[in-house]
Design a protein around this ligand. Structure first.
Ligand code: ACO
Length: 425
């Protein structure tokens, strides 16, 4: 591929040369490029073709369906590692040694508890509050409890607050869940690992010691690994954007939780399950597909800005579905999902637009089988994504190229005009 791109100015016909600075996405640095002394700008709604940063954390090849964290294929990490090992990898760039991992696990365990006053905040929410709303407000509130997070240029303060947040996120999620069920909170128990502690805080009843099936604990671990990071998606861009005005980690992650909540992003897993329930039975799938093709509905869990191939995370999750259903019994909505996928992979509407199942298509079926209501699904996404957000936040803070996010606009409003007095309107 040429390392220089020739472009012709559409109005003047003048030819210009753009240096390609990154071959993988054919990126050029427009900030260094001007025409007749004036900087050149692009109009790119949704930043479809705009790189906002350099990053060494996550690599995606959307054409080939490849996802790697720090160079390691996500499938290998899902098979061999744990979520906390992956979180360390994202934050530090290398897999931890045995001693490093043990110390990291101990640190995270020591940060699981929530400040007591946070429970007062939780009590103030309506009984039917959406858990993502609780999560967003509570992560923002952490800054009141840990104001040292504002010392974000100090690596020690940054590491402490990163560990605090990764440690507390499952506790917050479990409390939000139990509040919705009007059940008493179960405190974290240091004798459990990260994922089985989360399950005991969610599902423990009167038993002396709750023990989830280890295969289900592993399924949660795999889902956490698959959701840990995904480069510059909507919520990560929100985290970086809020960081760019000089904010602490909690404020930025709260913005990330808000962005994740939307049904076009992390909220799609909840939307998929609602869609499957609405369709209900396999015989109603063709009618639904006709509605999608006519623009009356979206097939949630299908399509992706970057993947123009099967999302590699969806492949791993599809396999985990079988493992989980072996223990929990088959969710009858699986058949509806499989029938939808069949259409999605063969019907010209989806094939010509290169729409494939994404990470959210099958994850909701697992979450439901594990006993979660749909409104908890995006919370289950936010817990592991906190590791990715924290790694991206750290990378942004330490990037000498970082700048406050401030895109341009193309103004389309009125030309200058004079104020019209009320009686003359
Ligand atoms: N169902 C039906 N049609 C779709 C879908 C879908 N799920 N996704 C895209 N299309 C169609 C669009 O209507 C458009 O068709 P057109 O060219 O005839 O106008 C074409 O495919 C391109 O779609 P865009 O919306 O331009 O693609 P974009 O990259 O902007 O959007 C997105 C990507 C938001 C993920 C989209 O595919 C979508 O809405 N999917 C459903 C929601 C979803 O599953 N989101 C989760 C994504 S993964 C994640 O965030 C964790």
């Amino acid at each position: 591929m040429a390392d220089v791109l020739q472009i012709r100015h559409p109005a003047t016909g003048v030819e210009h040369e753009l240096a390609i600075t990154d071959a993988t996405i054919r990126a050029t640095e427009l900030r260094q490029f001007s025409v007749d002394g004036a900087p050149i700008a692009t109009y790119d709604p949704g930043y479809v073709n705009t790189a906002s940063c350099r990053s060494s954390i996550t690599y995606i090849d959307g054409e080939a369906g490849v996802l790697e964290y720090r160079g390691y294929p996500v499938q290998q990490l899902a098979e061999h590692s744990t979520f906390l090992e992956v979180a360390w990898l994202l934050l530090n760039g290398e897999l931890p040694g045995a001693d490093e991992l043990a110390a990291w696990e101990e640190t995270i365990t020591s940060h699981r508890r929530l400040p007591d006053k946070l429970k007062t905040l939780l009590a103030g929410f309506p009984y039917d509050a959406h858990p993502m709303s609780i999560l967003m407000a509570s992560t923002a509130a952490f800054f009141s409890f840990y104001p040292d997070a504002q010392n974000f240029t100090d690596p020690e303060a940054r590491a402490l607050n990163t560990a605090r947040l990764i440690g507390k996120m499952p506790t917050l999620a479990a409390f939000a869940y139990r509040k919705g069920k009007a059940k008493p909170y179960i405190n974290p128990d240091d004798s459990y690992g990260y994922c089985d502690n989360f399950l005991q805080m969610l599902f423990k009843q009167a038993e002396r010691r709750y023990q989830a099936d280890p295969r289900l604990v592993r399924a949660v671990e795999v889902l956490f690994i698959l959701h840990a990071d995904h480069e510059q998606n909507c919520s990560t861009s929100a985290v970086r954007s809020v960081a760019s005005s000089g904010n602490d980690l909690y404020t930025c992650v709260s913005a990330g939780v808000g962005a994740l909540h939307g049904p076009l992003h992390g909220g799609a897993n909840e939307a998929v399950l609602r869609m499957l329930r609405e369709i209900g039975t396999v015989d109603r799938v063709p009618e639904f597909i006709e509605g999608v093709k006519a623009g009356r509905a979206r097939m949630m869990g299908f399509g992706h800005r970057v993947y123009k191939n099967y999302d590699p995370r969806a492949r791993v999750i599809k396999k985990a579905v079988d493992d989980v259903f072996e223990i929990t019994g088959v969710n009858p909505l699986l058949q509806v999902a499989q029938e939808l996928e069949k259409y999605g992979l063969t019907d010209d509407y989806f094939v010509s637009r290169r729409l494939y199942p994404n990470v959210d298509f099958y994850s909701g079926l697992i979450y439901e089988a594990l006993g979660f209501p749909p409104e908890m699904f995006t919370v289950l996404f936010a817990i592991p994504r906190t590791a990715g957000w924290a790694a991206q936040y750290q990378e942004f803070i330490t990037d000498p190229d970082n700048k406050i996010a401030r895109p341009k606009q193309i103004y389309t409003g009125s030309a200058r005009r004079d104020y019209v007095p009320m009686d003359a309107r």
